[in-house]
Write a protein that binds this ligand. Sequence first.
Ligand code: ZN
Length: 690
Amino acid sequence: MKTHLRFIRNASFILFSMISVLLTGCSESEEADEFVHVPYSEEFEYKVDAFADLEILRYRVPGFEKLSIEQKELLYYLMQAALEGRDIIYDQNGKYNLAVRHTLEGVYVYSQDRESSDFTALETYLKRVWASNGIHHHYGGDKFLPEFSKIWFEKQVRTVPLHKLPLKNGETVNDLLTKLEPVIFDPAFFPKKTNQETGVDLILTSAVNFYDGVTQAEAEAFYNTVKKPDDPQPIAYGLNSQLVKEDGYLVERVYKKDGMYGEAIRRIVFWLKKAEKVAENRKQKAVIEKLIEYYETGDLKKYDDYAILWVKDLNSHIDFVNGFTETYGDPLGIKGSWEALVNFKNIEATARTTTISKNALWFEENSPVDERFKKKKVKGVSAKVITATFLAGDCYPTTPIGINLPNSSWIRAAHGSKSVTIENIIDAYNMAAKGNGFFEEFAWSVEELDLLNTYYAMTNNLHTDLHECLGHGSGKLLDGVDQDALRSYGSVIEEARADLFGLYFIADKKMLKLNILPNEEAFKAEYYNYFMNGLMTQLMRIEPGKTIEEAHMRNRQLITRWVLEKSSKDNAVELKQHNGKTFVVINDYKQVRQYIGELLAEVQRIKSTGDYPAAQELVEKYAVQIDPVLHAEVLERYKKLNIAPYKGFVNPVYYPLYDEAGNFEDLYIDYEEDYVAQQLRYSREYSNVE
Ligand code: ZN
């Protein structure tokens, strides 16, 4: 499962999947770690490129310098293994994608007509193809169309040297152009990457290449017969293959060393074998060995064995994902898209979540809820915070900010899962957002602006930690209360409970005692942003005339509207007008915290007693309806800021240094490469799929 940051501004938009692992024992210890959140240097240039609805960013790899030579060597091999799979995801996303990309790249490099508007349009289209690993939008899945003319394009393709064009099995340039014409120019030809509409054949109407010549009914029948219904430990049937019809029979073309994507997989295995030799420890070595076995055989039982070893490898500093993983791309949810992520543990940030978790009982005892609803024993969840060093496949160039794997439910139940937050990616989002005008537009005064610019990145991470590590795990149901008693309101109430828990304690002096926040001002950044978001700016995601449906958005509006109403007597929070615009003003942070405590107590009571009518009233009264005038105002102001709704990333470049005997000596990191250069280089050096 992946957590995506879907909109630029707020990491609080994150929809975190449940964190279910890495339980740490709770203890009373309160040793203060040194305050560690070092803000990044302002000099680093985060923005690399911008086109269509995307902005491409760099991300930093803080802590890279501190890695040992051995760790750098391991990282390097894992990153090479990640690169070798690049073309697989293009082919999985659609069978024409690689031909389209190679042809476009040929024109981009060899065209002599570089000043024309057609060429500019080709450049934009190619950048979009790179960003989506294909011709359909990476997020929405709709096909996007080029703005250059067909005639111009055909003329340019004819100027590309033949050996630079993807001509297969004696194809001529005419054949290639005929093949690609509807793919590139016809909006009706495979308009959707992954079709989810009901009533049509989802396989035949989806562009993804997981099935060929097979109908949805045939595929479903095929997988229903291979599955064993009573198997307590089912493998992920069909995860690593394409289902095709050969001589009238359905067969799986398995992704393995001597199967489909064999060339790419052999290259991946080549690097994994090098990585295995320099693994940090036995556990990690076993993980890599099992992954190699799986890639060589395509045996999904070995994949499960690998996943179990991987989920138990908690102490290695370096970690990675490399394989056919998430099934969102397949309309039937069976086939895994190839992805890779290489990372190392962010020890400082992980220490933060560990500190919080260790003190879980203190938080429970000091929370403002009724004693009857408190747990006597409580364990915090310590999520691992990681630093990404390399993104590839389905994680590149647009990337999740959190990952929770493996996906197999029986493995999760029996062995747990790893939940990671990719903090250097979140930081890149936050840093790039500075100066995009968002806070300047929506903050009431210079005072709030300073607060946000100084502390928000830090407090937002912390609020997420409190929400995930403590909030969801706190409190208990009274005996006999059905955990589904709140029915459709259950998830909003649950998210509100976790958010309120985080908001209540982020303003506690305990944060200073634990050295998690630097001073008594910092929490105000989280409060101000939370209210600005909940009362106003999150509405930019809602179309005019619609109401709020998504649980996290509902919970934010619930909390902020409730507190706003409470404040009508004392103006602790208010909405003020200035120059025809609406602003959130917080006059009394202490009082706001008081209200948050009151609401937390009430929401916990609703949850603990299963009070459905009270849940319904809270949600329907505060969380759903939108003031249409304020909504229109927010949309208008947001539109003027012209902020790209999606972000992608370039990877750093890593240069290995070998001594005269060919031994690995060091690894250098370089952030200079731009988006186009990186994509063209990857295409030149890592094209492994025919
Ligand atoms: Zn949550």
